[in-house]
Write a protein that binds this ligand. Structure first.
Ligand code: PLP
Length: 403
């Protein structure tokens, strides 16, 4: 069977593939340390699990409205008010099968063939393929480490064309951990204001920010910017609920309605049980977020300082999220690199370095090229302090062999 042109243009998620490979090695008894996972390592909090169990026991196991139950929509609008100071009506929010699905649905309802979506790089691996699947064109803008991996107004101005339909802002970012300040967002808003461009704010890491930073998004800048924005969020990262598959979005009613129409003809409702668990997550005790944050803050210091001390590797501390994004471009100039490149024979450097680290150090990390920059690696720090420390020692040993 000949497959569609559409699906032939995309490849499987590299981060999910890497996690699968690391798990396979582990199951074969190899002591692999996995820095690949894009999910918190904590268990889902018990009160959230109990809400799901209660939903099962009370028969909340049937179809729900395609865009989610009223109770969850209310919990979401209350969350926006409480955490973000933003007012939305229930008709301006909808629930999807994970934040990834929210983005996918959004692309399907806003893009026509050839429409452009501006994506700052390094970017989350799934944005460009989801744009492509909707026949849109990803317009990738490289953001340098000197600019904190953030988009600057000049760059944005130059990239806007008559085909620009949307721009994606993911702050804090996966993979760089960069978070925009209010001033930085205001500067970008100055370029976008008055244009017919949808601002897609992926806030999935909003609760994971360090050093007392306060989370802010484009909708916080002004009412005009709020009207131009769609906020994407979900329970996966904040409440360690990746497997439950609940994401949500808020914004212009006509877009929300279109997403619900699409969903009614594709997935139908997100799992009813997960929706009830998410009501508890969003409306219940929020202290779980703080507990996770303090563990992440401790690990962030261990990993960023540990990586930065390795020869030919430099690593800044991320502003948020749970990823370290070290620069490894100097490794590719090391004496021993030619031999590694000859052995793994790849088109790009970062995947060859990852293969070397997996073989030599039994450490799984994700190549930067997957996020749009070959000079970097991504290491998740959603693993224990001990594992992080052990993994860094192994990476250091493997890299020292190239000196
Ligand atoms: C994890 C993640 C999401 C959403 O994940 P879901 O599990 O699908 O809710 C969205 N955006 C980014 C950048 C992420 O890293």
């Amino acid at each position: 069977m000949k497959l569609s042109k559409r699906i032939q243009k995309v490849k499987p998620s590299a981060t999910l593939a890497l996690t699968a490979l690391a798990n396979k090695l582990k199951s074969q008894g190899v002591d692999v340390i996995g820095f690949g996972a894009g999910e918190p390592d904590f268990d889902t909090p018990v009160q959230i699990k109990n809400a799901a169990i209660q939903a099962i026991e009370t028969g909340k196991t049937k179809y729900t409205p395609a865009g989610g139950i009223v109770e969850l929509k209310q919990a979401i609008t209350a969350k926006f008010r409480r955490d973000n100071g933003l007012e939305y009506k229930a008709s301006e929010v909808t629930v999807n099968c994970g934040g990834k699905h929210s983005f996918y649905n959004l692309m399907q309802v806003i893009l026509d063939e050839g429409d452009e979506v501006i994506i700052p790089a390094p970017y989350w691996v799934s944005y460009p393929p989801m744009v492509t699947l909707a026949e849109g064109v990803p317009v990738i803008l490289q953001c340098s480490e000197e600019n904190g991996f953030k988009l600057v107004p000049e760059q944005l101005k130059k990239a806007i064309s008559s085909k620009t339909k949307a721009i994606v802002i993911n702050s804090p970012s996966n993979p760089t951990g960069a978070a925009y300040s209010r001033e930085e967002l205001e500067a970008l808003a100055g370029v976008l204001q008055g244009k017919d461009i949808l601002i897609i704010s992926d806030d999935i890491y909003e609760s994971i920010v360090y050093d007392g930073r306060r989370f802010v998004n484009m909708a916080n800048i002004s009412d005009a910017l709020k009207r131009m924005s769609i906020i994407l969020n979900g329970v996966s990262k904040a409440y360690s609920m990746t497997g439950w598959r609940i994401g949500y979005m808020a914004g212009e009613e006509s877009i929300i309605k279109a997403v619900e129409t699409l969903q009614s003809q594709s997935t139908s409702n997100p799992t009813s049980i997960s929706q009830w668990a998410s009501v508890e997550a969003l409306a219940g005790d929020q202290s779980v977020i703080g507990d996770m944050l303090s563990a992440f803050a401790r690990r962030r210091k261990i990993i960023a300082e540990g990586l930065d001390a390795i020869p030919c590797v430099s690593c800044r501390k991320p502003d948020g999220a749970f990823y370290a994004f070290p620069c490894v471009s100097e490794v590719f100039n090391m004496r021993g690199w030619a031999e590694i490149a000859a052995k793994y024979k790849g088109e790009f450097n970062s995947p060859m370095l990852c293969s070397y680290l997996l073989d030599e150090a039994k450490v799984a990390v994700v190549p930067g090229i997957e996020f749009g920059n070959d000079n970097y690696l991504r290491l998740s720090f959603a693993l224990s302090d001990d594992q992080i420390t052990k993994g860094i020692v192994r990476i250091e040993e493997a890299i020292r062999k190239l000196l």
